[in-house]
Structures are given as C-alpha cells and as structure tokens.
Design a protein around this ligand. Structure first.
Ligand SMILES: CC(=O)SCCNC(=O)CCNC(=O)[C@H](O)C(C)(C)COP(=O)(O)OP(=O)(O)OC[C@H]1O[C@@H](n2cnc3c(N)ncnc32)[C@H](O)[C@@H]1OP(=O)(O)O
Length: 320
C-alpha cells in the first residue's frame, strides 16, 4: 500500500460562479510500493457525501473530466456532465492525471492504482465504483485487484487483462518512431508520426472508407485521409512530450492483470470491431473474473467506440 506523505486540497468551484456543483482538487505526494516518490493530482466534481465514482479514460485523458472552465474541453463529452450518465449533481466523480515519465522506467498500472487510492483517501471515498475505458480500463482492473474491499462496482470498457501481441507490435513501432525522432533532434515530430499510426488502430477501415473514399464536396474530410492523420498527429504532439508518450505506451504494453484477484461486481463493455482490444480478449477477461458480465456493441469507430457510441455507453452505465 502507498505511504502518503502530504495531501493538500484546493476548492476551485468558485472559478466559475455559475457551476452548479463543487469542484475540488487534491494533490497528494506518496511513496509507491516500488519505492518511487510521486505527486498525484486529482479533481473531484460533485457534492460532498454523494457516492464516489473514479472515472478513467484513454491515454489522452486527464483530471479535467468536465473541462477546465477555460480552454480545455471534457474528454468524455456526452457521458460525463450534469444530466448525463456520469452526473456530478448525483455523484462525486474523481479523475486524475496519469503518472508518466516521472516514474522510471515507466509507470505500471499498479502504480497508477496506488496513486488513485491515495487520491480516493484524500477525497474521503471509503468505498467507490470505478468506470474505466481503454488505458483507464486497465488501471481500473489493477485498482480493483489492489483494493477489493473498497470497490463496490467495476465498469470496464475496451480493456483486457493484457495487450494483444499485434497491439504491442503496432505500439512498438510507434515507440521506435518517437525514439528515431528524438535521435534526430525532433521528438515532437516523432510523436506526431506515431500518433498518426495510432489513429489507424483506434478507428476502422470501414470508417475510413466511408469518410475518405468519396467525401462530400466541401467537407473537412474532402482534404483526405492524409490531411486528417496529419491534423490528429499535430494536435497530439502539441500537447504530449515524447517522454510522456513513451512512458504511457510502455505502461500499456506492460499490463498483466490477474483477474482472479478481482472481487467487485464487474461489468465489461466491448466493441466488436475494436482492433486494439479484440473482442476475444474481452470475452476471455469476462470469463476469468468471477460473476462478470459482458456487453458487446457494434461500432464503425472501433476502439474509439467508447468515445463515439454515446447511446450504447450511456445504456451500459445506466446500471451504476
Ligand atoms: C489504450 C489507450 O488508451 S489508446 C486510446 C486512446 N484514445 C484516444 O486517445 C482517442 C483517439 N481519438 C481521437 O483523438 C479522435 O480524434 C477524437 C475521439 C478526439 C474525436 O473523434 P471525432 O469526434 O470522430 O473527430 P475526428 O477524429 O473525425 O476529427 C477530429 C478533428 O480533426 C479534424 N478533421 C477531420 N477531418 C479532417 C481532415 N480531412 N483534415 C484535417 N482535419 C480534419 C476535425 O475538424 C476535428 O478538428 P477539431 O478537433 O479542431 O474540431
């Protein structure tokens, strides 16, 4: 278990007087069981005393689940927000910034889980549910295994017990691209190119065919698939350092969850067309967690289905 060295809290709801729910930041310094010292940063949206839910997304996610009331938008639009499935008027929603390059050689999902547990303590969550998607789903599984007595419900989208070798292969190439960029003195260019490749694993061939084979004249996509990938790569590289990219990429490929350690009622959500986390791997996880259930959705968006299929994800989260 992590040793907490310092915890601070800062209320920020006042930053936007129109905000109808409290917002509190928690910053906790702790020693991980690996011996590393880290600072965990989390944000809780919602009224004190309401049931706690830890909300975790893909590698692009951060503690600003609902945006930052300035220039950062919510990373789970349509799912988290007042009146939505993850409602800060009904729950306390805790999101955090992933540990990344500050943990050498890279953070394991178990490290992320320890940081989260310290933040849950700081937020006063005795027990809580977890909703985790993609990389956040892997962390959710690790946290459920770490603290079985505190997790009352586990809801995992598009994440399996370990990465598929083809997924690792494609991520290894992305890391090589970033390392190549760094060696040339252009790490940011490496992240840009790696993200372009990553995008092709998040979406499906059918979506690209529908969008880019004969795009509507005048539409944004009329500029073509290369322009799209270039735009997504540039946007990601503008916000992500090469060191962060490498740390999180290695973390994803190191995931090895022991499903038998999970005691919480577990519900899984898979996308049949997901090529990053194949359906068969999620079926295997569902079979390995005692009592777990699996819902499957079909989506043109593949792995990005957890972000794009708002209706299906909302239905899945209705059981919270
Ligand atoms: C294990 C893990 O954790 S890995 C999984 C982590 N998942 C992720 O990181 C999410 C990956 N997906 C993305 O980044 C997606 O782009 C999303 C989810 C952010 C948005 O998806 P969508 O809503 O379908 O938008 P889409 O990807 O089509 O377009 C995004 C942007 O590209 C722009 N764009 C679209 N087509 C083109 C084009 N042909 N040329 C240039 N720009 C284009 C859009 O205008 C939009 O720009 P904006 O953000 O400034 O408005």
């Amino acid at each position: 278990m992590p040793a907490v060295l310092a915890a601070t809290e800062a209320g920020e709801g006042a930053a936007d007087p129109a905000c109808p729910f409290p917002i509190n930041d928690h910053i906790t310094t702790l020693e991980l069981s690996s011996g590393a010292f880290v600072t965990a940063r989390g944000r809780v949206y919602g009224p004190a005393g309401a049931p706690g839910i830890i909300v975790l997304g893909g590698i692009s996610a951060h503690r600003f689940l609902l945006g930052d009331h300035a220039d950062r938008a919510s990373w789970w639009p349509g799912i988290a927000g007042p009146g939505l499935a993850l409602d800060p008027l009904r729950y306390q929603l805790l999101a955090f910034d992933f540990l990344a390059e500050e943990v050498a050689p890279f953070p394991r999902v178990e490290d992320q889980a320890e940081a989260l547990l310290a933040l849950a303590d700081a937020a006063g969550f005795e027990t809580f549910q977890i909703v985790g998607a993609s990389y956040g789903g892997s962390i959710a599984l690790a946290l459920a295994a770490l603290a079985p007595e505190r997790v009352t419900g586990l809801h995992v989208l598009c994440a399996a017990a370990c990465p598929h070798p083809m997924t690792t292969a494609l991520r290894a190439i992305q890391r090589d691209v970033v390392e190549f960029g760094l060696a040339r003195g252009d790490g940011s260019g490496g992240v840009d190119l790696a993200r372009r490749l990553a995008m092709t694993t998040y979406r499906t061939a059918d979506e690209f065919k529908a969008r880019f084979a004969s795009p509507a004249p005048g539409s944004c996509d009329a500029r073509g698939v290369e322009a799209y990938l270039a735009a997504r790569g540039a946007d990601y590289a503008a916000h992500t350092s090469p060191q962060r990219f490498l740390a999180l990429s290695r973390s994803m490929d190191a995931v090895r969850i022991d499903p038998s350690a999970i005691r919480a009622p577990a519900r899984l959500f898979a996308v049949a067309e997901d090529r990053l986390v194949p359906l068969a791997d999620m079926e295997a996880l569902a079979n390995a967690i005692p009592g777990a259930s699996l819902q499957t959705c079909s989506s043109l968006y593949g792995h990005d289905g957890f972000l794009k299929e708002v209706e299906a994800v909302t239905r899945f989260l209705e059981a919270i």
